[in-house]
Write a protein that binds this ligand. Structure first.
Ligand code: F6R
Length: 246
């Protein structure tokens, strides 16, 4: 695992963008494939990638993007769905075409249907082969929506959101009651199959989760610790998020 500690969140975004672009260069044939995250953390990174596009360094016109997760019960057209969030915050910023953005489908008539959609999504990711998976980390150590207790070999599936995660995300909804209770998330086993993972964490509220993930035991109690198993994991931190490291 490579751990880069930047002085500021802005510098961390630059380091992370370099790690992403470097990972994409290893693709020798076919479309480049990016795994993408929502949330506040990757916005600076997406901004840096946009600068690389503007400078002619990269073109995401043929890149396929697979999202980490989606809420159960929200259609992909819902404003707060992760699909629409990524259309606004990723496609519109770095030029990934909307038809090349793939997101889990957490909307259906039955749990069985959503399970089948989740399995099909997992298979589509495996078929495409993710070159670089971008990750954030939750204050409780989750990656994707793999909450503490998630199996380290899990595949894309329905997961109940922890109360901490629902509270953290209530800012995007009309109060806590409006936040969905479940998500469809890529599993930890699915995430580990990306050729490179680039995790970004900034701010002191992430310091404990970062320290446990990087220096604690490999454990489902801290899903982020699964990155210890990845042969090409790049972790980019600002000083505040790195403060708990020994
Ligand atoms: C987002 C995701 C989550 C976030 C995490 C951190 O698709 O899967 O794991 O990366 O909750 O969120 P922020 O960046 O908002 O602190």
């Amino acid at each position: 695992m490579e751990v880069l500690i930047a002085a500021t969140a802005e510098e961390a975004a630059k380091f992370a963008a370099e790690a992403v672009l470097d990972g994409l260069r290893s693709r020798t044939e076919g479309n480049t494939v990016l795994g993408v995250a929502t949330g506040s953390t990757p916005l600076g990174l997406y901004g840096e990638l946009a600068k690389a596009v503007a400078g002619g360094e990269v073109d995401f016109g043929d890149t396929l993007a697979f999202a980490l997760d989606e809420y159960v019960g929200l259609e992909g057209t819902h404003e707060q769905s992760y699909r629409q969030t990524l259309v606004r915050e990723l496609c519109g910023v770095i030029g990934i075409r909307e038809e090349n953005l793939f997101t889990p489908n957490g909307f259906g008539d039955s749990e069985e249907q959503i399970r089948a959609q989740s399995a099909a999504y997992d298979a589509a990711i495996a078929a495409a082969g993710v070159d670089v998976q971008i990750l954030g980390i939750g204050a409780n150590g989750h990656i994707g929506f793999n909450e503490p207790g998630s199996s380290l070999r899990s595949r894309t599936r329905i997961k109940r959101l922890s109360s901490k995660t629902r509270e953290d995300n209530a800012r995007f909804f009309d109060g806590l009651d409006a936040v969905p209770t479940h998500s469809v998330t890529q599993g930890l086993g699915t995430i580990l199959e990306a050729r490179r993972v680039v995790m970004v964490a900034t701010g002191s509220h992430k310091a404990a989760a970062v320290a446990t993930a990087l220096e604690g035991p490999l454990s489902s109690a801290c899903p982020g610790s699964v990155l210890q198993l990845h042969p090409d994991a790049v972790v980019v931190l600002d000083e505040a998020a790195a403060a708990g490291l020994k």
